[in-house]
Write a protein that binds this ligand. Structure first.
Ligand code: NAI
Ligand code: COI
Ligand code: MG
Length: 359
């Protein structure tokens, strides 16, 4: 049966990188038997400009009806501060919550060809393969109350609330342990349980969940130490499970160990495996429109889509091999360019991946 994929390019480089991912999807449809049809809808700043709001009801409905969603990125200076293309009531966070996408998988995998592009020494990152499992629909990004209020003395005060219920922690814990069972059977839960009661509960629940996975070794780490350990000895980690905000920050950090934030894909899954797929980076207004953004994180997000939502493992592996192949050819966008390699733009990188699908 033909699967439906909803494309949400969004803003800034989102438009450029999704165009390259679409080339890959089209090649898989034309030449490799992928039964897929795509539709495109508005989200983020583009939707604000066209309809007055960042998440039109029609977009949410199309996303619900689709088998999977591919998102570029949203936001930009035009819609900041307090970027309304992202905020929980309706923007990107509203889309994630509206689809129930509580489990965000962010694999920090080093392609060996990019060892010299990593911020760490090649011997420290060789073989790096971490799966960051980030809780995506709770925590401080969603907690109530929130806002900016004026105190009696006239001073203004900003406030946000970190909230997790046991069931929210348990389901993300189970997602992380299930993934660990298919990997090296080690989960490191990252919290700040020495200061925040909310994450004291998080730790308790993780310990409880671990009892159902006797083969998996559970460890705990405070987030400040985890941030340091990631740049000291990242290969100590297999699966890291953490809160929405900590996972947001740690995954951007981990991306640089793989060469660039332009290399990290992600899958955001609901309880039934339906998902939205997106690079972990944002709309990169500083390079938008220049044709230099790295499309590989988005193309690798298509591979995750094929694996997790469309049941096409062989085609997912084909994309990942193609990415490896273009790196073998020495092709690099500016963010991963190193001496002796060939600098290419966004479109040429996308075309090269399409050509390498045949290998
Ligand atoms: N999922 C989403 O839609 C996200 C949206 N944002 C939004 O994006 C906008 C920009 O946010 P920033 O904090 O600047 O984060 P960003 O991730 O957009 O950019 C950070 C830095 O990484 C570079 N970069 C990002 N992706 C790249 C790629 N594919 N190739 C080469 N270089 C790349 C950018 O040029 C920039 O120097 C903001 O409006 C923010 O709210 C931020 C993060 C995620
Ligand atoms: C809405 C933000 C949390 C976007 C972001 O930075 C991310 O998901 O990585
Ligand atoms: Mg982020």
């Amino acid at each position: 049966m033909t699967k439906k994929v909803l494309l949400l390019p969004g803003d800034g480089i989102g438009i450029e990188i999704v165009a390259e991912a679409v080339k890959v999807l089209q090649a898989l449809r034309n030449d490799y038997g992928l039964a897929v049809e795509t539709e495109t809808a508005l989200v983020g700043g583009a939707a604000i400009d066209a309809t007055g709001g960042p998440l039109p009801e029609e977009t949410l409905q199309l996303a619900r009806e689709a088998d999977a969603v591919l998102l570029g990125a949203v936001g930009g200076p035009k819609w900041e501060p307090l970027d309304i293309s992202i905020r929980p009531e309706k923007g990107l966070l509203g889309l994630r919550a509206g689809l129930g996408l509580f489990a965000n998988l962010r694999p920090a995998l080093l392609y060996p060809q990019l060892a010299s592009a990593s911020t760490l020494r090649p011997e420290v990152v060789a073989g790096l393969d971490i799966m960051i499992v980030r809780e995506l629909t709770g925590g401080i990004y969603f907690g109530q109350p929130r806002g900016i209020r004026t105190l009696e003395n006239g001073e203004r005060q900003g406030f946000n609330t970190l909230v997790y219920s046991e069931s929210e922690v348990e389901r993300i814990g189970r997602a992380a342990f299930d993934i660990a069972m298919k990997r090296n059977k080690r989960v490191c839960s990252v919290d700040k349980a020495n200061v925040l009661e909310c994450t004291e509960l998080w730790r308790e629940v993780m310990i409880r969940v671990a009892k159902d996975y006797p083969e998996v070794e559970l460890s705990h780490m405070y987030v400040d130490n985890a941030a340091m350990q990631l740049v000291r000895a990242p290969k100590q980690f297999d699966v890291m499970v953490t809160t929405n905000m900590f996972g947001d920050i740690l995954s951007d950090e981990a991306s640089m160990l793989t060469g660039s934030i332009g290399m990290l894909p992600s899958a955001s899954l609901d309880a039934d495996g339906k998902g939205m797929y997106e690079p972990i980076h944002g709309s990169a207004p500083d390079i938008a429109g220049q044709g230099v953004a790295n499309p590989l994180a988005t193309i690798l997000s298509v591979a995750m889509m094929l694996r997790y939502s469309l049941g096409e493992e062989a085609l997912a592996a084909r994309i990942e091999r193609a990415v490896s192949r273009v790196l073998d050819q020495g092709l690099r966008t500016a963010d991963i360019h190193t001496e002796g390699t060939t600098r290419v733009g966004t479109a040429r990188m996308g075309d090269a991946v399409v050509a390498a699908l045949a290998d």
